[in-house]
Ligand binder design. Sequence first.
Ligand code: SF4
Ligand code: SF4
Length: 349
Amino acid sequence: MTRINPEFTNELKKYGAFDPNACYNCGNCTAVCTLSDEQNSFPRKMVRYSVLGLQDDIQTSLDPWLCYYCGECSTTCPREADPGELMMSLRRWLIARYDWTGLSGVLYKSPLASVAAFLVLAALVVWFGISMHFQLDTIMHYGHLFEMAAIAGVFVFILIPNLIHMWWLTVYKSGIRAPVSKYFTTAGNLIVHMFTQKRTLDCEENQIRWFEHFILVLGYLSLLITTVFLDWFSTQSMVIIVLGYLESAVIFIVTFDFIRRRIQKDKEISKHSHPSDWLFVIWLFLMGLTAFGVRLFIDLNIIENNVWIFVIQMIVLVQWALIIVPFGKWTHFLYRSFAMYFHEIIQPD
Ligand code: SF4
Ligand code: SF4
């Protein structure tokens, strides 16, 4: 039996901007959305579900992830109900539903909780630095170990269980039993979606955003490999050193442009910025900038007298690895790719 949550729209407002009472069901948004077809009234179905509080139907749906946020539905809505932002808010709400720890919901709904988490983690890093007497070699060594442990721990204990929960809600509960072989035959598309997010290209307005996003993903993933597995901060290899500089520069240059757009609000998709959006772009910018700075200080032989830069880089990294990756906006990257994959699996052959 479908459960109705009369408080759903109030709950959803905590995840973003949306005025459900403004919608008078005219259908303009469905007419412009390229995802609409005879079976699926996009995004109006989700608007109606939200207004009616059909929470169970929303949490078992992949529709919010299929939306690539071109913003056309919001531009054409005569009532400024902002259905594009509704889809974005639903994605945040879904992340909170998939997350078994419940922390995503807390951090999405309360910017204060995010600030508190940041302060606690920053204090722990400073305390660690003090207890190690700010000896550069020691804190660099433990910093490197932390990176490896955080990646493994976050994936094993948070992200993989959450993905299984997402599969349970959206595939298993749909009642469609796809043959196991389909999970393998469609796996290639999962990788393609994950690295290219090519669905964004369906929107003409998004071409530059797609390209920036694409090189950002490449820069981010390759910097991760360069710092964690190629030990960028300790290597003597000129190739790896230059590679790390390029990757970190790509990250802070591209994210600077993302921040500029959110400030200027020049496109529909930049008009509404949830605190988690700001946290994500600013932190990615700081990740690139501080990593670049640490390596530069090493190469200029001034790091020994300026350990503070490594401590700042650690504060940024710890926040990123323990808050933003497992519970924040970073997870969109993962869930959206898996949503495409699950969507393909449950399609009839
Ligand atoms: S265009 Fe606006 S008012 Fe019309 S159905 Fe869509 S959300 Fe509702
Ligand atoms: S933002 Fe674009 S893709 Fe998403 S529902 Fe609106 S029109 Fe469709």
